[in-house]
Design a protein. Structure first.
Lengths: 114, 112
């Protein structure tokens, strides 16, 4: 019940295209859903996050769509660029003993072709 | 403003040895979490420190221990290293009660 399932495992998109990564969860107590971008040899960098009371959040070319009833959320990268080539992780979290810990998905390796 | 800083960046240890990894949180942050990221996998939660106490712990053996200092910096100690402990160890900092967390660049530990 603590798992977060992420798909696809890898994704190849043409420059200018839309990249879509999906995640699903079981634990309805999760109330914070961030997406992280990680380049090789670097730590994950926070991209965008959403709470379950919102169905969509957009920041620049990045959009999170959230479906509370289906317990699914997805990341859309519009106008994908070669510089977006990285591994993307979704995560889910809930407040416990005053603090948050993250359960991460398994990651999606995105390659954007020039 | 420095972000989350970790040291060292790379480390090679022999099976059975002990290792200490260090983390300085982002300015203004008081909560430190440690994650283990095996190659090709997502980060796995090890434990979290706030007010110098372990607040939450993931499914890791007692060989993994930690400490938080009064200046909020933290150490991760791993005893009796196994080959399977080879991974990228990530530190994340946050403010207590705030969900948003920021990660350091990680320490790459190789056990031979």
């Amino acid at each position: 019940q603590q798992q977060v399932k992420q798909s696809p495992q890898s994704l190849i998109v043409q420059k200018g295209g839309i990249s879509i990564i999906n995640c699903a969860y079981e634990n309805t107590a999760f109330d914070y859903f961030p997406w992280y971008q990680q380049f090789p040899g670097k730590g994950p960098a926070l991209l965008i996050a959403i709470r379950p009371d919102v169905s969509e959040k957009k920041e620049g070319r990045f959009t999170i769509s959230f479906n509370k009833s289906a317990k699914q959320f997805s990341l859309h990268i519009m106008d994908s660029q070669p510089g977006d080539s990285a591994t993307y992780f979704c995560a889910a979290s809930t407040r416990e003993r005053g603090t948050y810990k993250y359960i991460f998905g398994t990651g999606t390796r995105l390659k954007v072709l020039a | 403003d420095a972000g989350v800083t970790q040291s060292p960046t790379h480390l090679i240890k022999t099976r059975g040895q002990q290792v200490t990894l260090r983390c300085s949180p982002k300015s203004g942050h008081d909560t430190v979490s440690w994650y283990q990221q095996a190659l090709g996998q997502g980060p796995q939660f090890i434990f979290q420190y706030y007010e110098e106490e372990e607040r939450q712990r993931g499914n890791f053996p007692d060989r993994f221990s930690g400490h938080q200092f009064p200046n909020y910096s933290s150490e991760l100690n791993v005893n009796a290293l196994l080959l399977g402990d080879s991974a990228l160890y990530l530190c994340a900092s946050s403010r207590r009660g705030v969900a948003e967390a920021f990660f350091g660049q990680g320490t790459r530990l190789t056990v031979v």
